[in-house]
Design a protein around this ligand. Structure first.
Ligand SMILES: Cc1cc2nc3c(=O)[nH]c(=O)nc-3n(C[C@H](O)[C@H](O)[C@H](O)COP(=O)(O)OP(=O)(O)OC[C@H]3O[C@@H](n4cnc5c(N)ncnc54)[C@H](O)[C@@H]3O)c2cc1C
Length: 468
């Protein structure tokens, strides 16, 4: 019989949970991971990785459609939906298997089952048939159960014509028309994917702009770019109701002027947010505080109940894999008493949207910086003036940097354009090193690269841009 007593029990094997377990093993602690579905969680199986595999196909399709611009010929461009989906599923499976290998390599016990807290460090586990497995005991418990798509009354998914991200990732047929409800990162990535592959896409956003958590200027540039690509975007508009008709659906939209409008489409993707997997775990009985569907924790991921921690999507926004993994490491290091571990600084978490062109940001938006009473210096540099962007024929883009005018502290960076999801890490490192404009100005950026736009944006904030 396998062991039942551990130093740390992690409930959930997503990027929060499995990384916490690896760090615990590295520190000489004995961890167990209890996972009810697949190692890798949403990120590897139904989120980050399979969507990026699909978006890669869309990117190639788009570029091949522009072949003549590059002196190439690519006639009769077609795609095979089943193979596109198969490639994406293979990428997900490969990574989930990779996590299983990492568990073995680090000698981490993995229990295939559903966990519930019993109090005093005890966890009840049932197998996939609901049969009880031996109880687990642990000195510390980390809840990393993740989150799922949020729904709202009247806007329930049926998995056939009204999809969540799961169905949207494995379509059996390609919709001619698509309504995406919600314009956060998940909604916009799917909108971009389906539009690039030829669907008529309408995006409806209840707030006053698309990508509402991004800097207003970047949202507005993205809006213009997607409208130019043929996407219809309605902001300040609510979707109130769906009427199903077999293989299509009519959505009732409430426009900003209060008038109702009907839109009939083949498929709908609901991307109206995320809610934590807090049910069935016995959290309230164990003293966890739940607010807005998420577990409340402090900056060390402590729940307030002794020995009980929570990390990742289940503790609320930003719902990002790297934030979940970071919390996994910091909570375990806190438990192990590692010196020099820092609490979570949300302003240093980069956020990326892999639409085309891409969006990436870290730190405060201009609006948030001003609202916080900071006097700011702002730099901007367009892709149009960058040699590499011209060579790549990717001249749509902007890098915006925000500095504290008094101290020179880098407060935020906001990027729109090709490959900005790779570039943002430069500013994320700068922010976590508490860099000022002085270090960024004196840093040497390689030529020709898109990264030079970052340098130029910083220079522009101080009236020193060289190429505009
Ligand atoms: C379509 C989509 C695209 C995304 N793209 C990105 C991206 O590009 N970049 C990014 O950073 N983030 C992205 N995300 C978000 C990312 O997937 C999540 O932030 C990340 O998975 C959170 O990790 P987690 O470990 O907190 O939770 P999860 O990955 O959700 O893992 C939680 C695990 O806990 C298990 N579990 C739940 N309850 C129990 C229980 N009672 N007992 C046992 N096991 C349990 C679940 O089965 C699951 O495997 C995307 C999400 C979606 C939906």
């Amino acid at each position: 019989m396998r062991e039942t007593s551990f130093d740390i029990a992690v409930i959930g094997g997503g990027p929060g949970g499995y990384v916490a377990a690896i760090r615990a093993a590295q520190l000489g602690l004995k961890p167990v991971v209890i996972e009810r579905e697949q190692l890798g969680g949403i990120c590897l199986n139904w989120g980050c990785i399979p969507t990026k595999a699909l978006l890669r196909t869309a990117e190639l399709y788009h570029l091949m459609g522009r072949a003549s611009e590059f002196g190439l010929a690519a006639d009769n461009l077609r795609y095979d939906l089943a193979r596109i989906v198969e490639r994406s599923r293979k990428a997900a499976a490969r990574l989930s298997d990779g996590v299983a290998y990492l568990m073995q390599k680090n000698k981490i016990t993995v229990v295939d089952g559903t966990a519930g807290l019993q109090g005093q460090g005890r966890i009840a586990v049932t197998d996939r048939d609901g049969q009880p497995l031996p109880e687990i005991e642990a000195k510390h418990i980390i809840v990393a159960t993740g989150a799922r798509a949020r729904t709202s009354p009247g806007l329930e998914p049926d998995g056939k014509v009204v999809w969540t991200y799961k169905e949207a990732m494995v379509p059996r047929s390609f919709p001619k028309s698509l309504l995406v409800v919600g314009s956060g990162a998940i909604g916009i990535e799917f909108a971009s994917l389906y539009r690039t592959l030829g669907a008529e896409v309408t995006v409806v956003e209840i707030l006053d702009r698309m990508l509402p958590s991004e800097d207003t200027e970047i949202s507005s540039l993205a809006h213009k770019a997607f409208a130019k690509q043929g996407m219809t975007i309605h902001t300040r508009t609510a979707v109130e109701h769906f009427a199903h008709h077999g293989d299509s659906v009519t959505a009732t939209l409430r426009r900003p002027d209060g008038l109702a409008e009907e839109l009939t489409v083949d498929r709908v993707i609901l991307a109206i947010g995320i809610t934590g997997n807090v049910e069935g775990l016995g959290l309230k009985q164990q003293g966890f505080e739940i607010a807005k569907g998420h577990i409340v924790v402090d900056t060390w991921c402590r729940t307030g109940a002794p020995g009980l921690y929570a990390i990742g999507d289940v503790v609320g926004p930003p719902w990002l894999a790297h934030k979940a993994s970071h919390e996994g490491v910091l909570s375990v290091e806190k438990i192990a008493g590692v010196e020099g571990v820092h609490p979570l600084d949300k302003t240093a978490i980069p956020a990326c949207t892999y639409c085309s062109p891409q969006v990436a940001s870290v730190g405060l938006t201009e609006e948030a910086a001003r609202a916080a009473g900071r006097t700011v210096k702002i730099g901007r540099f367009p892709y149009q003036a960058n040699g590499k962007a011209i060579a790549l024929s990717e001249t749509e883009g902007l890098i915006k940097t925000i500095f504290d005018a008094e101290t020179g502290e880098l407060l935020g960076a906001h990027m729109f354009g090709a490959e900005v999801t790779e570039l943002i890490q430069g500013f994320a490192i700068a922010k976590s090193l508490e860099t000022t404009e002085a270090e960024l100005i004196s840093a040497i950026f390689p030529h020709p690269t898109l990264s030079e736009t970052m340098h130029e944006s910083v220079l522009d904030a101080y009236g020193r841009a060289l190429h505009i």
